[in-house]
Design a protein around this ligand. Sequence first.
Ligand code: FES
Length: 691
Amino acid sequence: MEKDVIKVKIHIDGKESLVKQGSSILEAALENHIQIPTLCHHPALSDWGGCRMCMVEVDGAPRLVASCVTPVRDGMTVVTSNDKIIQSRRIILEFLFAERNHNCMFCPRSGDCELQELAYELQMDHLTVPPSFQEFPVDMTTEFLGMDHNRCILCGRCVRACKEISGAQVINFKNRGPHNLIAFDLGQTRGDSTCYECGVCMQVCPTGAIYNRYSTHYAVKGHSKEWTAIESCCPRCGLLCPTVSYVANNNLIKIEGKLLYENKRPDKGQLCFKGRFEIFKSRNQRLFHPMVRNQKGNWEEETWENALDLIAKRLGEIRDREGEKAIFSMASSGCSSEQLLFFRDLMKGAWNADHMDTFDGPHFRTIRKAWNNLGISYPETSWRAIAEADFVLLVGANPMKTQPVIASLLRRCILEKGVRIAVLGQMDSLPPFIHDHIPIENRDACLLAKAMIPDLLTNAHRISRIDPVESLLRKSGEIYPGEILEKAGVHQDARKILHDVAEAFSNARNPLVMLGEEAIGAGNAGGVRDAFLLSLMNGLSPNGAARIIILKPYGNSAGAWNLGVASNNDPNAKDEWNGGLFLLNGEEIPKGFSFDKMNPEGFFAVLSPCFRETLANKVQVFIPLPLSMEEDGAYASLDGRETICCKQILSPPSEVKSSWETLWGLAQRAGFHPEFHSWEELQKKVKKEIA
Ligand code: FES
């Protein structure tokens, strides 16, 4: 018997069983492999006891009781199925069908619906009560999620998931009786509400009331339950959230989070809109054939051989004619570590590319400089530390944009533990209940953080590692908070808020600092880009522990940085590039990226799963790549300490070659002979380099 667990003896369906005291009858039944039908119950959510589908007979009880909310007691006798119980469940089911328009034939989730399955199980082939439904609205006001109130059974799973898992609290009930509906915020449409479209409501919805607008009627298209569930993780932001992808005939049907992972991850196994929906969008924007821009500027399909020949030949000519410094390579840190490593070696080995960088190179350079300044490397803390934080300071960071699951964790920290959260910088969708917020006009949140320094130093008795800070302060000269605030376009009143924030930071036991785009990215307006702030925050961490989380912009930023793909050199030092290659993961070119140095007469090519209009008149060749879901790939966690292989979920379209074939084809044509000769050897090299 488990230590400290008190067990009680019950009789369930004639069988004697020892079960944990405090567990529900439903849990006890499941432990004994007895199935009880449920609707409002979900194992990842608190119980509510609303639908009454799980009714059972208990000795001494005058009527049936809901097993999901009734705890076991010692000596209890339970019957989970007899004529009376089945009759009760059928009546409930019939009323549910009668109250709304559950016309399964036209439902987007027909074949993947718990209500429909129950009807089959209880053999409900007609209604014995008259239908009484009225017409309710269908809410199609957001990109990913459809909400059909006519198919809602008001089980409240979405309401609880929105609060307990996402921490959003956007969904609730409104009205009473037959007019009872699920509502968003104060009765807005989903689009006008503060819904973040994480989709956890859809994952727990037992009917077709909430569905993925990019994937409907999948069961009636002939895939009914012939699905394969493939476990992997999401490569989109560095949190590497566990996923279960459902696939039929090489079609992706849905992606779910592993909600029962709550003991292992503080995010309770949820997914955000990126992990759950964006792959459906990318699949609609595919590039299937190599494309070459002809002399008139029009794009034409080309064979793989000719397109690869063209790239190898033209880049070789530029290198021979103008020297290696004429060629650059630019990669997306959303690519897998295998793609990045091969690309890195190819560009150096084949064309001796002078400048190799990633779109998030400016972030990398800021951080590298910071750690060099302090004499330590990469002392970031894991995002999991958010769960223990008692004060969080966001400097120029917008987790809703970069790592939405972190935003969800922050919301839950506020709701469940009253953690104080302060934001320095702009934030489009500010989470509710933020304690302190100083928006700034010139987007330079670091300046505000710098203005906190005198207050932080006043509280220095709480801080162990003050020496490096003082020496940095001395190096950086005097600090005039008034001038800093003026430069940042913030009213002097903000001084009081900054003072409070600094005090809270200093007095916290587990403070965390999150740094984002506006603090470390290309848009930052110099000044404190000298890494002063980063070093300072690290020095001020209580007990010398590094308590910084850097919200990197791409799924494999830390992997790209660890592999040395992001450059230490300043790309602005070069006047012009005459040739180069882009490696993309299907995303758009970031807004801040400058094409100014690309010679319009030069030759540039792109390897990407999708065609991108922003590059259409800047490059001459597009070569298709598989999507991240279409081949195995290693991705680093946000802090770079962990690397996980995200599994292949789908086969790429037959016309699209693997990354290996494309990069190997280019290497062969360019006369470059890498030290690895297969994808497996490449994987080993990745492991070796990041170990
Ligand atoms: Fe128990 Fe709904 S599942 S009351």
